[in-house]
Each structure stands twice: as C-alpha cells, then as structure tokens.
Design a protein around this ligand. Sequence first.
Ligand code: F6P
Length: 360
Amino acid sequence: MKTIFILTSGGDAPGMNAAVRAVAKVAAAQGVRTVGVLDGYDGLMDGRFRELCQPTDRGLAVIPDLDTAGSLGGTLIGSARSARFRTPEGRQHAIARLSAAAGLIVIGGDGSLTGAHRLAHECGTPIIGIPASIDNDIGCTATAIGVDTALNTIVESCDRICDTAISHRRAFVVEVMGRQSGYLAMASAVAAGADAVLFREQARSAEDIIRTVAQTIRTAFESEVGKRRVLILKAEGVDIPCTSLVRRVEEELQPVLPGVEIRATVLGHLVRGGRPSFQDRMVAARLGRAAVVAVLRGESDQMVSWLQPAQGGQPTEDPSVFRYPIERVLQESRALLDGSSPVTKWRVKMMSEVSGVLGL
Ligand code: F6P
C-alpha cells in the first residue's frame, strides 16, 4: 500500500492538527496510508512513527485521536527543532527511513522548509511543504497556518487588558511573539484599536521608541476627550525588554504626568495555544489536500501556498492555492525580514500612515 509520511516541525501552530487530519483523510479516500512522524525531523531520523489510519470494512479511516485533535491546538504528532538534521549524516538517516515512502509532507516554518529543501535535493522521495507558523514570516504565501488563531488570541487578550486599563486609567505595553517579524503586532494593533505599535522593521533606536511611547501616553491622557486607557502593541523583535521600556517611559513622564501608571504584559506562548479558528482549519484542510495531490503526482521540493498568485506561483485546481519551489519561498522569506520585499515595504508604509490616526 502507498504510504505518505507527515511531520510537524519548529514552533507548533494552531491548525497543524487540522492539516494532518486533512492529509490523512484525503489520502485514505484514495487508498493511501498516512504515517505520522513523531517529533519532527528527530523522529524521522530515529524511525519513530505512528499510524494515522486504520483499515475498516469500508476502506481506510483516520484514527479517532486524530479526528479529535483536528479541532485542537498544538500538534498530536509532536514537534521539535532538530540540530542533528542540519548535518549531512543526520539527513542520511532520514533518507534511509523514507526509502519505501510515496512522499513526505513537512508542516512548519522557515527552518522546517529549509530542512525539506535540503532533503528534497538529497533524496528521490517527493517532498512537499505546508506553511505553518504564527509569525507570518514565510514568503510566497498570504498567510500561514496558525496566524489567524494567534491574531484572534492577541485581540481578545488586548480587549481584556483594556477592560482593566480603562477602570484604572492606565497605559499598557503588550508584547506579542513573532520572532523578527512585526506582523502579529501590526495586524493586532489595528484590530484592537491600539494607540501605537512598535515593530523591528521600523528600525528605530531605543531612545526614539521611548520618546514615542512617552509622547503617545502624554497626548492621550492630556487630551480633552477624556481618554482612560492607552494600548501600545510591541513586537518581540523590538530589542528592548518591556520592563525597561516601561521604567524609562515612567521616568520621562514623571515631570509632566506625575503618578501616571504604566503596566507591561508579555503574552508569550499563550498566543501559540488554543483551538484553531475556522480560517486556520479551512486553510489547513485545503493546503493539506493540495499537498496530497502534489505528492501523489510525484512533485517535489515545492510548498503549497495560500492566495499568492501575484508572485507567479503555479496554479492548482483550488483557486486559492498555489505551488512554489521551496527555494523561491526561502528567498522571499529572507526578503520579508531584511525589508527588501515589497510586502514588508508596504506593511511599514501602511503602519506609518496608520500611526498618525491610531487612537489619538
Ligand atoms: O516561530 C514561532 C515562535 O513562537 C516565535 O514567535 C518565537 O520567537 C519562538 O517561536 C519561540 O520559540 P520557543 O517556543 O522555542 O521558545
């Protein structure tokens, strides 16, 4: 029986399980078995696998655990960041495990796709990537699995923080994950009605950031409209710890706004958990389906992507899904982070326009 191997790798993202479930269901419907590789590339090198389908009178069916997990965050088959897989010796172990496979589907972010690209060059088995990372820092795709749920969690957290901020007339700096990408901070700032947003791509000095935050709080609390809360979103990639930022801003404001109260909240890993949103489950299911189709056609070293036709991807039967060579994806991901991508330029321009109207 034909067998597809599937793994999740790097930071988990809500919707990874939904993608694994979709792959197993679509493959089973075609009589193809899906085997889950435990703990990412580590499990592939060590041969740690779990059957995701079982035979029934009516053909293959996915295991009940996976059916349930599709609606949960995290990843049922485990994830890891593997240093061993980056070595040629490590990858030789992985290649040996794949000798009888019809293909391998890798669900993950930049590091995981880099691994998939290397493996695809060294091994004859078809390898297809599915983008999943809350950071939204993967090139050639409008979104990655996990981004929508993470944004919903951030926005809901900000709404809750604003309840208490308004009650006490306080300012809050809320830090969100995203590694070097400011996308989560930017998008959630708009949706939560923040007063300012700080992200690495702005390339501001620490002193400039402190001045901006102090000025934002001062303008808000001195305004005649009676504002009772200030919300500032800060991306993890901005290299100044929240607590130091708040202390410096309080010092700056002491002479003009004595007694002003500023609090810092770092949302951290909270943002990575939780049940996937409808959008993440739907994108996961459709990318999962497209990945199975690609593997069974013998395509390799490609990533299936969501709604990015402008960058010249290969269309698929699904009008919202495209396919890109992983090498191209990795180039675009680098451009997203170093600021040379038109997408990053647009985000920075849009946010600088928005900062003139945010909240004040
Ligand atoms: O890439 C996803 C991510 O959650 C980043 O936003 C964050 O910087 C990093 O992973 C945290 O990694 P870890 O879970 O290993 O601490």
